[in-house]
Design a binder for this molecule. Sequence first.
Ligand SMILES: Cc1cc2nc3c(=O)[nH]c(=O)nc-3n(C[C@H](O)[C@H](O)[C@H](O)COP(=O)(O)OP(=O)(O)OC[C@H]3O[C@@H](n4cnc5c(N)ncnc54)[C@H](O)[C@@H]3O)c2cc1C
Length: 434
Amino acid sequence: MNRRDFFRLASMAGVGASMASLSGLARAATPAQLGTVPTNIGINGRVVVIGGGMGGATVAKYLRLWGGTGVSVTLVERETAYSSNILSNLVLNGQRTMTSLQFGYSNLATRYGVKLVKGDVVGIDQAGHSVALADGSRLPYDRLVVAPGVDFDIIPGLETAAAQAKVPHAWKAGPQTTQLRNMLLTMKDSERFVMTIPAKPYRCPPGPYERACVVADWLKKNGRPNAKVIVLDANPSITAEPLAFGNAFNVLYKGMVEYYPGVSINSIDASTMSLNTSLGNISGKVINAIPAHRAGKVIVDNALANVGGRWAGVDVLTYQSTAAPGIHVIGDASATTQPKAGHIANQEAKICADAIVRLLSGRSPDPSPLTNSACYSPITSDTASWLSAVFGYDQATGTMLPVPGATVEAPSRSTDNYKEMFKWFNTLMEDSFA
Ligand SMILES: Cc1cc2nc3c(=O)[nH]c(=O)nc-3n(C[C@H](O)[C@H](O)[C@H](O)COP(=O)(O)OP(=O)(O)OC[C@H]3O[C@@H](n4cnc5c(N)ncnc54)[C@H](O)[C@@H]3O)c2cc1C
C-alpha cells in the first residue's frame, strides 16, 4: 500500500469513525456500520489470526482498516479479555490492579468487523489451510497469522502445580501478578525477595530490572528498609537501560538491591523456598523465578519453531514463516533482531497487515520497512526512565537493524517521564484494541 492509498483509506476511515461513535454501536457490525473500514476495494481473502494480544489484536484491526470489507478477518483468542503485561509491574506496588489492565475485544468486532472466536487453537493443517480448535471446530484460511506470545520452560524442582504456585513467575500478567503482590505484602523487614532473570531472548528486556526497582521502592517506603532484593541474572550484564538500572542498583537502592550477573539456576526447592545456583544455595521469603522462554505452544507443536526449536523464523518484509508459506508469525513468538516487546509486536503487526493486503492483491511487500520501539521503566513510584529505538530493513542480511544513532536511553529518571509513560501506554493500547 503506497502513501496515497493509505491516506485515501485513512480519510474514508475518519468519516466512518464519527458515524459509528455517534450511533454508539455495541453489537455485531454490518458492513454499513463498520465505520472506519472501507467497503470492498477489490481485495479479497480470508485471514485467521491466532492470539489476541499486542500483535494479534493489532494485525486483525489493521487488516480490516487497510484491506477493506473484502478481507474477512477471524480472531481466535482463548481468553475473554486481554491482560496487559505492560504496566503489570505496577500491580506489585499497588498503583494498578489487574482489572485496570484488561482490554476487551468488542471494539474490534463493532468498529472493524473482526469476527471473534473464543477458543484454543490446537492444530494447524498447513496443506489443508485450516486451523483446528480444542472444541473440534475448524476454521479455513487463505492466510494465517500466528501471534501466541510465549510459553515458559519448567525450572527443575518446579514440575508440580503446587510448587509453581509457591514460586510464581508473573511474566504472563494475570492471577500470578496479583499473587506476587500478595506475597510481597507478607514480607517483613530484613527478609529477602529473590528474583531470577533468564538468558536472552526473553520478553521485555528492561522488565525484570524494572520489577526489581519497583519492589525495592515499595519495601523502602513501606517500613521494610532492611529487606533485600536479590537479582540473579543469567545474562553477563544488565541487558537494557544499563545507565538507569546501574544507577538505581548502585546508588538509589544501594544496600537493598544486590545484583549478580552470570548466575545459572540449577533447581528451586519450593518446600524450603531455596534456590540451588552457580553461586551456591540462596533462600528467600519470596522467590520470583522467571523461566527461559520459547514461542507459544501452537508454534512449537505445528512445526513452525525452526529457530533452535524454540522460535519461529520469519521473513521480516512480510512476517511470513520461513518454515511454511501462507503462515505469518508476529510478536514475541517470532525470531527477529528486534526486542520481544509489546510496542514491537504492534509494529510488526502493521507491517504484516500491509504485506498481506499487498499479497492478496498481487503486489510486492514494502521493500524497506521501519519499526520503532519505546519503553518506559518505572524506577520509583513516581519516576521513570525510557528507551527508544528505530529499526530499518537491511538488504544485505535480510534483518531489521538498529538505525544508527536512534537507540536512545533517557539521560536520567524523572517525574515527567513517569507521566509520559501513561500517555504512551494509553496510546499504544488504543492503537491495538480501540
Ligand atoms: C512484566 C512485563 C512488563 C512488560 N512491559 C513492557 C513494556 O513496558 N513495553 C513493551 O513494549 N513491552 C512490554 N512487555 C512485553 C509485552 O507484554 C510482550 O512483548 C507482548 O505482549 C507480546 O505480544 P504478543 O502479541 O506476541 O503476545 P501476547 O501479548 O502475550 O498475546 C498472546 C495472546 O495469544 C493468546 N493465545 C496463545 N496461544 C493461543 C492459542 N493456541 N489459541 C488461542 N489463543 C492463544 C494468549 O491468550 C494471548 O492473549 C512486558 C512484559 C512483561 C511480562
